[in-house]
Design a protein around this ligand. Sequence first.
Ligand code: UTP
Length: 452
Amino acid sequence: MIHFSGYDDVINRIYGHRQEHVFKHWDELNDADKKHLLDDLKNIDLELMEKLYAGKPQDTAAFTPAPFIELPKTAEQKAAQAKAAQTGVEFIKKGLAAAFVVAGGQGSRLGCEGPKGMFPIAPISGKTLFQIHGEKILAYSRKYKTSIPWLVMTSVDNHDDTLDYFEKMNFFGLGKNDVFIFPQNMIPSLDTDGKLVLENPCSIFKNPDGHGGSLAALSGSGTLEKMKERGIRLISYFQVDNPLIKIIDPEFIGYHILYGADISSKAIPKAYPEEKVGVFVKFNNGRTGVVEYSDLPAEKTTQRGKNGELLYRAGNIAVHLFSLDFIESLTSEKKIALPFHTARKKLPVYAGEIEGFKFEKFIFDAITMTERSVIMETLREDEFAPVKNAAGVDSPETSQRLMIELHKKWLTQRGVSIPQRVSVIEISPLTAVAPEDIPSGLTVPNKEEVEL
Ligand code: UTP
């Protein structure tokens, strides 16, 4: 057994859990590195890792489709929508809402170096995802004459690069005191035998603990407390890779308030039965939740209602509102932890690439933690253009096309004519974050690429 003064407990625990292979390079390490490794190990919950490796039976609870607020068609629905929007505007103007982007992911499918938020996506200006989000938040702050704090969750791997970029971009015009950047927690990955693996001779290989780790990170970083002190009551959660996101949406916020919800979610109708999005369901215990596409039984995937629509069509686009009190209750002393999900992945560890398991929390599991949850249907083309893959579906190309289409739609809605020659249009968030912001009398120049 190895020895190191002051670390008997940790060393005993590691041997007790039969993880002593992590000391493979012990004799080559200097004292500082030995201490580094032991400090790293000290923070690992080995009981939890064993439980995760053993897995737990899949939740096979029965469910039916979750009800949701449909896109308004009738006069009554339109009146409800207008009331929600009005309620939302009043709430936002009082400075009670904060924006929260989760940007700790590894962006492996896109294959970009560095934080995914620094990926250039705007079709003409080449603005990055972060810049588009930052300018939107600035525009909302101006529109509603308030300051909207922006919370940014990073991961250990991309935290410094993200901070440097925000500094370099002068926080996109937002006050430095209105931007809160904090890293999420990490959790060890395991090899297929349930063993910890080394990232290098003196550190354990870990991965960010999933977007569901964002609630614990909000609380653990002290950001939740700061928001509370500021009087914030609602956190608008979104993912970094969707440039069409309506970060602050009065109607959505209004419904959340009017329904007294703890958490609200946006849904879009699935484009086709096998589309790879989770669907909102109502479990037997009456609670709403999300079932991942991979867990939805084949017969339910294709099941249609009387009107021919897919029964399980309310697709989850990971846009949520959280009441601050609810996050507090989930992350407080008597916390109800979100579960971890296991994914078998290739892990680039010290010894080379191996097969192993990554563990992640998913944000939508928070929905099942309350009875007070609302789902609002929205139009895909108005707010969902994720950048996930380098090419094909959900790629920069499809995302840019959707951005251009939406901006053309806004201009058309405002009666602005678009000359035939124009093929690419980009509207800066500082010009408009919604069609009604487009100045009346605006003309679109007759050239191929138009930036407004
Ligand atoms: P994705 O599940 O699409 O993962 O994350 P990803 O890491 O961006 O990309 P891949 O799967 O490696 O290709 C959806 C959102 O959740 C955030 C991401 O930054 C993105 O905004 N996320 C994901 C985190 O913040 N932390 C995580 O641990 C995982």
